[in-house]
Every structure is written in structure tokens, then in C-alpha cells.
Design a protein around this ligand. Sequence first.
Ligand code: SF4
Length: 374
Amino acid sequence: MEEAVTKPTKKGGARLCCICNQSRAALKRPKTLEQICKECFYEVFEEEIHQVIVDNQLFKPGERIAIGASGGKDSTVLACVLSELNRRHNYGLDLFLLSVDEGITGYRDDSLETVKRNEVQYGLPLKIVSYKDLYGWTMDEIVKMIGLKNNCTFCGVFRRQALDRGASLLKVDKVATGHNADDIAETVLLNILRGDIARLSRCTSIVTGEDGPIPRCKPFKYTYEKEIVIYPCSLKCSVVIEKFTYAYFKRLDYFSTECIYSPNAYRGFAREFIKDLERIRPRAILDIIKSGENFRISTSTKMPEQGTCQRCGYISSQKWCKACVLLEGLNRGLPKLGIGRSRGLNNDNKKEKDVTQSNGAKSIESKQCGTLDF
Ligand code: SF4
């Protein structure tokens, strides 16, 4: 894709948009290296996402869709673009914002204020579910007990379930999340590095959880982070006049502070590695996703069997789901109970020996997190 870049025309010293050939080019698209104007950027950015939605049949007319909203850039842009496309292309969707309040003072309370403003700006009803209500613990209280090691394990496991519980309260058909192409490429890499075959096989799927309570979809699967968010210019392109992102151009209201408990060095290294690759070869991100899609699991590999948690009824491949195991540990003052590979409370179930961590403590399927997007 990057090899066939159309050369922009010059007019009075300024480069012209290579799509309309009328307006001054305002950015170089990270994905295609085309130099284009702001209006053409909106157009191609939104229409590419529309095409992904149509090609993958992500939505059906009349469906109720919850947008996982953290107040961060990805989910804010997702709310903005989906509202716009729903109107423009008559998708016939009922859209909602769904947020999870982990109880992190100075971070989530502030970002939820952004989501509340988004509720008014886009006219989308908002539902907030909190860890305190669902589990009896806030992340502040959990960190007080366990410290800053493994906190994201608790948070990631609880969030996944909280999102499902919120979605079922809203009676939605699907949850759309703001995972972008960079997130998915990182996750492919992390799953390879961790040898997590079960997650590797599904992390590139644009729709997941079809066998669970409520499926999730990723309309930004092929959307580059650089086009979504303000990102320091690393392209050294000659025509960057302004910050070149959708969120910036559209003056969207989003929250960009990192979680105060974010330690995620491992994911951070993977992220940096991918950014380095992207600098050399912009389509490296798409190539990694493609590689992930092409992995095939040998039919002799034993995969975990899905069942339901004997305690709360949530989907689980073990006797108790991970959230119940972690919660039991917290409530008994033994927070390490569900951490690591020890089977602890699920001891009598030996089903999963062949596939490591498929219900393991360290979920890396969620973004975990920085600017959280489930
Ligand atoms: Fe939770 Fe993300 Fe903060 Fe970790 S970084 S504690 S997963 S919000």
C-alpha cells in the first residue's frame, strides 16, 4: 500500500491534497503516506471504518450497541464516528455509552467526567457500572491491600466481567470497543511472547465472544492510532502543519492522562517495538495483524472447554471464574490466591493443562491500560 503513493501537486509553494487536488495538504497519512487535506482526511478516515463495518457485517439494523467508553481518545473517537456513520448510512442502531468505574481516585473519576460530557455532546445514553457495586472493592482499596504488583491483573479480570454485566443491564446486542490496529498488533506480539495459544487464535478476530453472553466488536481494527490521537510527529514529513489526527482536527473532548497505577512495562516494550517497526515500515502494523490472522492451531492442541462459574454463573473454563477466585482471595485477606499459575480454588479441575493461561491470571486481551479501552 505504501509504495503506491500519489505525488502531491504544488500550488504557490504549498503542497496540494493528493485526493482533491484543491486544498492544501495538512497531513501525511501514517497508513498510506498520502499527503491530504483535513476534509479529505475526515472523509477517508470515516469511510474506511464504514467499509470495515459493512465488509464484516458488524451490525444489523435495529440492534442495540454499547460503546465501551473510558473517556480516552479511542473510545471518544469511536463514539463520535459511530454516531456520525449511524446517521449518515442509516445503520438503524440504538447506541449507548457504557463505562466502568474502577474506583481510581484522580484518574477514573476525572475521565468519567469526560464521558458524561460526551453523553451530552453525542446525545447517547450513558450507563456506568462500578467495581464497588459489583465486587465490593474499589481499585484504590485493592491497591492498598496488594500494592502495585498484579493490580492490573485484578483490574483487567474485573473489567471484562463488569463490561459484560453493564451490557446485559443495557440489554444490548453487542459491545463495540475502541481497540485500534496498534493495540491488536501489540496483543498478537504479546500472545506470541507469552505462548498463549488460546488468546493468539482469537485476538485478531474483529468479533469475539459470540459463544459468550454478549459479543464484542472492534470497528477500529485497521485504524492506526496515529490517525486517532495526537501523537508526536515521528514521520519527519514536510507538510505537517498541525497535529494530524482525527481527535485533534475534530476538537474532540477526551481524557489523556495515564492511570496512576499503570506499571505495564511488558506491554510498553511491545508497544515501543511496534512503533520502531512502524517508523521503518508503516504497514508493519497491518502485517502483524495479518500474521496473527493466519496462525492456525493444530487440531491436536487441547483447548479449554467453556462452562459456567459455579459461583456467579459467568462464563468460565474452570469451576470458578477468575473474578470469583480473585475476589475470594481479597475477601479472605489472601490476595495471592488467584495469581500466577497455581490452581488454588480451582484445584480439582485439571482440564486445562495443555493450554497455559487461557483462564490465567494475567489477561492481556484487554489493553491494560494507560488510556483504558477495555
Ligand atoms: Fe486498571 Fe488499567 Fe489502571 Fe491497570 S493501568 S489498574 S488495568 S485502569
